[in-house]
Design a protein around this ligand. Sequence first.
Ligand code: ADP
Ligand code: MG
Length: 720
Amino acid sequence: MSNRARIDAVQKAASRSIRTFSRPQDAQGRPLRVSSLFGSRTFNSERMRDRVPPEVFAKWVETVEHGRKLDRPVADAIAHAVKEWALEQGVSHFCHWFHPMTGSTAEKHDSFLWFDKDGRPIEKFTGSMLLQSEPDASSFPSGGMRSTFEARGYTAWDPTSPMFIMESPTGRTLCIPSAFLGYHGQALDEKAPLLRSMEALSRSATRLLTALGESTHRVTVTVGPEQEYFLVDRAYAGLRPDLVIAGRSLLGARPPKGQMLEDHYFGSIPVRVQAFMEEVELELHLLGVSAKTRHNEVAPCQFELAPIYAEANLAADHNQLVMQTMRKVAMRHDFMLLLHEKPFAFVNGSGKHINWSLQDSRGENLLDPGKNPQENLRFLTFLAATLLGVYRHAAVLRASIASHGNDFRLGANEAPPAIMSVFLGDFLSRICDGIASGDVSTLDAGQAMIELGINRLPAIAKDNTDRNRTSPFAFTGNKFEFRAVGSSASISFPTTCLNAAVADGIDQIHAWVSEAGGGTAAVMAAVRRALQESTPVRFDGNGYGAEWVIEAERRGLPHARNTPAALAALATDAASDLFKRHGVFSHEELHSRFEVRVEQYNKKVEIEADVLKDIVDVSVLPITIAELAEARAHADVGPAAARRFHELGLRVEAVDAARQALDVALRGVGEGSEAERAAAFCAHVVPALLALREACDATEAMVNDNRWPLPRYREMLFLS
Ligand code: ADP
Ligand code: MG
C-alpha cells in the first residue's frame, strides 16, 4: 500500500489552470452588462406582458398580487406564449420543478412532442399541462401521509415564481416552479406550507396594520439568505469516500495551521475561486437570481454568496438554484462543493443566515424604524410581535433548523448556540426595557416616543446594531437575521416556522388591542405587554459563554442540545395548535415533517457509520498494522524504534477497540420506532463515531507519510 494516489492528487491540485468561460456579448463584442442579461432565461413579468394579450396579463397580475385562481383560458394563453418563447430558445422539454421533503428539488421532464389529429408531430403545451402535472411520487418521503393506494401526488404551478430555462451541455428544459400536493390537498413538499405561512402572516399583519390606522392590501415576507460553502479540489475529494458520500470528513488529523491566523476572512479571493464565483454569478443572473455579494469566509476554503432579498417563496426557489448552480459549476472548475454544515473539524462550519423582514403593499419595510411617531409605533409593534412569537415558539424554531449536520455547528464556539434568543443591540434593548417597565398606557404615540427617546430611533438604531455573531436571531437595523440555519438546509421550513410564529405574535397583539377597544394607547399597552412577556428571550450577551446556558435555563428557555431532542417539539400539541391556527400545517402534515426529519437524521448517522467503518477496515487498520509489522522488524534498532513500535501497537489497539465499540453501538440501536432509534443513534452511535475518529486521527499522526492514502486536512484546506 502506498500514498501514490494522494501525491498525484496534490500535484493535480497544485497545477490546475484557471478555467475561463465566455460571457454573452453585445453586437460590438463587448460583454453584456448584468442589467442587460439579467433574467434572460426566465419568463418574467416583462416577457409575459410582451407576449400575452393585455387582458391575460391583467388576470395574471391579479393572480400574483391577490392570490386569485387562474382560469383555464388564461392558463392556455400563458402556456402558448411560454411555449413559443421556450421553443425560440431551443427548449425541447418542460418540467414541474418542486421541493419534496428531501430538502432539495425534484423534476420530471416531458417533451413538448405531441401528435395532431392527422398523426403529424407537433409541439404542444396547454394550460392544463402548465398548471398541473402528476409525477409518480411514491418514492418521495411523505412521512406516512401517503398510503400506498393513493401513492400519486400532483404538482401545481406557483405563478408567483417565474418559469426558467435550465441548461445542460446538450439541451434545455423549461422549469415550472411548483408546489407538490397529495390528492386530498395535503402538502407533500416544502413550498406549499411556505406559501400558506406567507398568506397567514400577510393576513395577520394586514389586520394589525388596519388597527394601527394604516391601510395595506397585503404584507409580504422578504428574505435574503446568505449562503456559506466550502470548495475542495476534486482530486482530493475523489479519494475521500467520506466527502463523497457523507458530505463531510469523518476523520483527519488536525492541520498545523487551521484558521489560527484568521487571515482568510474577507482576504483576497483566490484567482481560481474567483473564476468559479464569476461563472456561478453569470449563470444565476441569467436565471434571474440576484447574486450580489461574494467573499471569503472565516475558515480556509470557505466562502459566501448572498443575493438581494426577495419575496420568501422566490428566495427559497432561488436559494435552491444557488446551491444547484454552485454544485454544477464547481465541477467545471475541478472543485467539489461542500454545503455540509461541518465538512471539517477544527475549523468553522457553514450556515445560511436568513435575513427576514416584512413589507407592506407600498413597499415599506415594517421593521424599519420610521421617520415620524406613527411609523415608529408601527416599527415597535412589529418588533414586539416578532419577539413575542419567537419567545412563545422558540422550541419550534429550534426544531426548524435541526439536522445532523447542524448539530456539529450549533453551540460550538463558532455558531449560534442551540438556545433560541434574540439580539437587539444596546439602544433598542434599553428602549424595550423602558417600555416594559414604564407606564406608557396613558401616553399618546407622539408623547410616548418623546418620553422614551424613541423619536431619535431611526438615526440611532441603525448604528447601534453591532454584529453579535453569537446570537441565533439578531436584529440588524431594519430586519432580523436568523443565523442558526444550516448551510445545506432548504430555507423553506425555517422560514415557514418563523412566519407562523410571528403571525401568532401579531395576532396576540391584535387581540390585546381589540380587547382594549383600539387606539394608540391600547397599542402601546399591548406592545408593553408583549415586551414584558418576551423579556426572557432577549439576550445581547455572549451566546458562546457557559454562563449563558445556565442563565437561559434559569429564564426557562428551551435548550434542545441535539436534533432528536429538538425535533420532539414538532410532535407537541403546542406546535400542532400553532400551525393549525394559522392554516399552515394540519396535524397530519406537521407530523409527517417530524417523521421525515427523524428518519433523515437516522439515515445520515447510519451512512456515516457505514462509511467510517469501511475506511477503517480497508484503509486505516490494514495500513497501521503493516506499519506496526515494519516497526517490529526494526524495533531493536534503538530506543526510538522500540518506542515507535510500542506506540504504534497502542494506536492499533485503540482503533480496533473503537471500531468494535461502534459495532456495539450500532447493534444497540435496535428495531424500535424511528424516534427511539434516533435517540439511540444520538446517544451512542454519534459519540462512537467521534471516538473512532479520534483514534484514527492519532494514528494518522504517526503513520509513515508514504503510506497514508487519504488526503490530509492540511492538503485539502491549504492546497486546494
Ligand atoms: P450583512 O452585513 O449581514 O452581509 P447585508 O446588508 O449585506 O448584511 O444583507 C445581507 C442580506 O440581507 C442580503 O441578502 C440582503 O439583500 C438582505 N436584506 C437586506 N434588507 C432586507 C430586508 N428588508 N428583508 C430581507 N432581507 C434583507
Ligand atoms: Mg448578514
